[in-house]
Write a protein that binds this ligand. Sequence first.
Ligand code: ADP
Ligand code: MG
Length: 682
Amino acid sequence: MENRLLEPIDHLKGVGEETAELLHDIGIYSINDLIEYFPYRYDDNSLRDLEEVKHDERVTVEGKVHSEAVLTYFGKKRSRLTFRLLVGRYLLSVVCFNRPYFKNKLSLNSIVTVTGKWDKNRQTITAQELVFGPKQEISGIEPVYSVKGKLTVKGMRKFISVAMKEYIDEIEEILPIELLEKYKLITRKQAIQTIHAPIEQASLKQARRRFVYEEFLLFQLKMQALRKVQREQSKGLNQQYPKETLDHFIKALPFPLTIAQSRVIDEILSDMKSPYRMNRLLQGDVGSGKTVVAAISIYATILSGYQGALMVPTEILAEQHAESLIKLFEPFDINVALLTSSVKGKKRRELLEKLKNNEIHLLIGTHALIQDEINFHTLGLVITDEQHRFGVEQRRMLREKGKNTDVLFMTATPIPRTLAITAFGEMDVSVIDELPAGRKTIETYWVKPDMLERIIAFIEKEIAKGRQAYVICPLIEESEKLDVQNALDVHSMLTDYYQGRYKVGLMHGRLSSDEKDAVMRSFSDNEVHVLVSTTVVEVGVNVPNATTMVIYDAERFGLSQLHQLRGRVGRGSEQSYCILLADPKSETGKERMKIMTETNDGFVLSERDLELRGPGDFFGKKQSGMPIFKVADMVHDYRALEVARQDAVELVRSDAFWQEEKYNGLRKQLTNSGILNGEKLD
Ligand code: ADP
Ligand code: MG
């Protein structure tokens, strides 16, 4: 039988052609669209204890008139009526504007019901509605719908209540009974009824709970199904390498791998060996040792007869990776090349020629790697480091560089898990959740700028022990608009101060890449003791002897950026320090500084960052691609999101889900979204 909920909206009693058009404007075409048009908030007109009501909140109270009403006019038509009302043990004032005729009806000791805004400080309600007599016994919670044009909230309430009466029995359950029972969820029908006409806050909560789970489960099912489809459709390279040779390479590393590193390497290698194409996200906090994981994976692809590419967001990082990987691969006869903007002319042509002839096994560079002129012989594995900094488009182009190429995205955490499993839900995820042994926790302090002198002395003490320090400034030059420290000034101040004793270097984005290179080299060779820099050193840079990180105007940076900056120290076995020089004016600014001093855990930080900023801001609007949920909230309902994801993974993997009748409802949702017809989820 045809589902009547799919009937067009003008089939509803009271909805003519004109109203139908107004409803189309807010996206309502069918009866189903209407009953799934949920309120965005509720007015709670049920009687509440004033103790619980917050300042400025709307409230309804019933009380006894306790004083003569006083009427004042200002102007001809405008007036104010004030009287005292006794509500329980509360004696409060009621103000009522422009209703002078109420005065004579408000006799002493009579009962009235007042709805309005509660001014907690003045103990006053500004009345929006006033009813003479006790509160009527109807549901006090009224849904408020978002409307446009000539539609009114009252009108929407009417349409929906008509639709609910007429069509309520058409609403089918889509969740299988086992899930309803497992999580004690109310049925779809009950939930929709409650959402539109709640009797009390508690049942509203139950209805909300059901839809949070339903929305997350459907979304995750789509992601997991998409992943399955992509996997089955995208043939991989089936890379085969001699295991002993790779093991030999791993044994030759200067340190044993952590358990977490070994685990993610197994995950990556099994993807590369599989007949499917790898599409994997590798998350690991700063300093967790992602580079060596990349190196091992690249060696595996080279042993299988392919080339590797490593793409990073900045040239400094490209140079640094090139330097350490060249050293690492040298004994193994691997040719590593660095492609940056400064490789020009003949040198560039030669390099590209070698790349095409498979004489270069690993190419390292910035987004320059995805330009058209760059042709590999047979690209087997592409890795992007600090991948959250590349746009979606760049990621796609890189993937298309080689046919069936395996792809690994590496990132230093700032993606909270909740976002990772929504924005990157169609990828496989590996996590390095452990730091190499022997690392000491970085001690982080938040100090006011007037402590500067003591900090400079502190740096000096560290240098005297043979260590080095970073000093980060938000700007390169003095700015008229912003009162923040700039790198040039700080550099000359520190140069004066340490004159004749220690060397101070300067690094910022406007130096040429040769100059940057020279500065970075002298810092990693410990010829420069203090490096004053803008945030160009933020990602990836690795100088283990640096133990102190001072950040000027730290309140100007976001939490994940501060964490990235802090990650430049604490890379060796010595105790490291991070000093935040900040005088934040806003509450969230203070909160950020506090959080920094409280935790070193990138996962915790990124979750807190998400709470402070909200998901929309997290990736920047453009490339967010974040899904929109009607009821669910990714930040506050993250536990439900985790649960739903796990359920979705298990369902999509099971045969029962694809065959049994009790999953029809859920499967139909996937068909409707186009995934099972080979279309892609956008
Ligand atoms: P990130 O994950 O931030 O990119 P890196 O790969 O730069 O971290 O590694 C940070 C430092 O830890 C480097 O100096 C690296 O050589 C070292 N390292 C990596 N893995 C280990 C390990 N298993 N044991 C000891 N040190 C390690
Ligand atoms: Mg790194």
